[in-house]
Every structure is written in C-alpha cells, then in structure tokens.
Design a protein around this ligand. Structure first.
Ligand SMILES: C[S@@+](CC[C@H](N)C(=O)[O-])C[C@H]1O[C@@H](n2cnc3c(N)ncnc32)[C@H](O)[C@@H]1O
Length: 198
C-alpha cells in the first residue's frame, strides 16, 4: 500500500517536471528555469512570511504549483491565495490539479496585480511571492510590475522575490524602502532572495 502511494507520488512529480521542462523549451524567457524550485528554496522563501497575519497572499508565476502547494499548506484557513500566471498551460494544469477553495488562479501578467485583486474583491496583499524571471523581460515591463506590486501591497506588506541574478536589485531598491538579501545554494541554479518592504 505504502509502496503504491510512493510510486504514485514519484509518477506525479515526474509528470510535473516533464510539463515544466516542455514549457521551458517552448518559452525559455518566460520560464527562466528548466526545473521548478527546490524544496530548500521553497522553505527559505516561505520562512519570511508571517503566516498568522497574512490573509491575502499573491503568487506571481506559480508554474506547476511547487511553491503554491506549500503556501496553501502553511496559510490560514480563512486566507486567500491569488496565483497570477501568464502561461495558460500552467493555469489549466493548476485548475485541474489543486482543489482548494482558498486558491484563485488567474491567467494574467503580474503587472495586472491590482486589477486582478480588485476584480476578486480581495483588497490589498499582505504578501507577494514572486518567482518570475525579471532578467529576461523588457525594462518597462519590469518597472511596471514592481510599481504595481508596491501599490498592491498593504502598508505592512512584503514583496518576496527569488531570482538567479541581481538584475532586479536596483529596481527593487528604487521602489521599496528596505530590501534585505539572502542566498540559497541548494537549487538549480543557486538563487537570491530579496525581501522588500515599503
Ligand atoms: C521560474 S518559473 C517559477 C515557477 C514556480 N513558481 C517555482 O518556483 O518553481 C517562472 C514562472 O513565471 C511565469 N511568468 C513569467 N512571466 C510572468 C508574468 N509577467 N506574469 C505572471 N507569470 C509570469 C512563467 O510562466 C513561469 O510559470
């Protein structure tokens, strides 16, 4: 019985990896990575969230839901997770795979975050967790997403960004009052985590 469950779990993980890799080869700049984040990176990013307080959480670029599942596991029962994903293949996948009434998956760009929150009647975000590849996007798009993110956050809120490069750092520093940095080596590739508060 346990062996069958373990085999089913491994098959599911392989299917997630395959879907992710297939989409990377179709849209390399949009994904920015050939594999989803490691559990070390997921834990490191999510350790910065105040789970007791957070009621509206936004995730940019959930992909196949690696971070999403762990956010749902940690967040309050009355909290809402709004996952904004540009790739419709991932949106369909998440709709089919994750059955949780606290999750809203929206096919949009991160730059539309305020409009998305408004349309869901969700109010401002306590936390935005961003895994999208800022290095690969045009400067105007990067600036627009960060401006919108800053305005979508509550005054006590935080933007958590994980990236493989420091390209986004000056943009974060010009939009946010405080940017703290950490480094997580146990990931393909090692990642920087930026903790930004207004
Ligand atoms: C590196 S993957 C991260 C996936 C997942 N969060 C993880 O940590 O494994 C980047 C994701 O961001 C999505 N993405 C890229 N640009 C986006 C944008 N402007 N708005 C929303 N999602 C975007 C991609 O489709 C992809 O799912």
């Amino acid at each position: 019985m346990q062996e069958r469950q373990a085999r089913a779990g491994a098959a599911k993980r392989s299917a997630h990896l395959l879907l992710f890799a297939r989409n990377f080869f179709r849209f390399p700049a949009m994904l920015g990575s050939v594999v989803p984040s490691s559990r070390f990176l997921v834990n490191d990013v999510l350790s910065a969230v105040d789970w007791e307080q957070a009621r509206v959480i936004v995730e940019f670029g959930p992909g196949v839901g690696t971070m999403t599942r762990e956010i749902l596991r940690r967040m309050r029962r009355d909290a809402t997770l709004v996952a904004i994903e540009l790739n419709p293949a991932f949106v369909d996948f998440l709709d089919q795979e994750i059955d949780d009434p606290r999750l809203r998956v929206v096919n949009a760009s991160a730059g539309e975050v305020r409009a998305v929150l408004g349309s869901l009647g969700a109010g401002r975000a306590d936390c935005i967790i961003s895994g999208i590849p800022y290095t690969n996007m045009p400067e105007a798009t990067r600036q627009e997403i960060l401006k919108e993110s800053r305005q979508a956050l509550s005054p006590e809120g935080a933007l958590l960004v994980y990236q493989f490069t420091r390209t986004v750092l000056p943009y974060l520093e010009s939009s946010f009052g405080s940017v703290r940095q950490r480094f997580q080596l146990l990931n393909i590739f090692p990642a920087r985590i930026f903790h930004c508060t207004p």
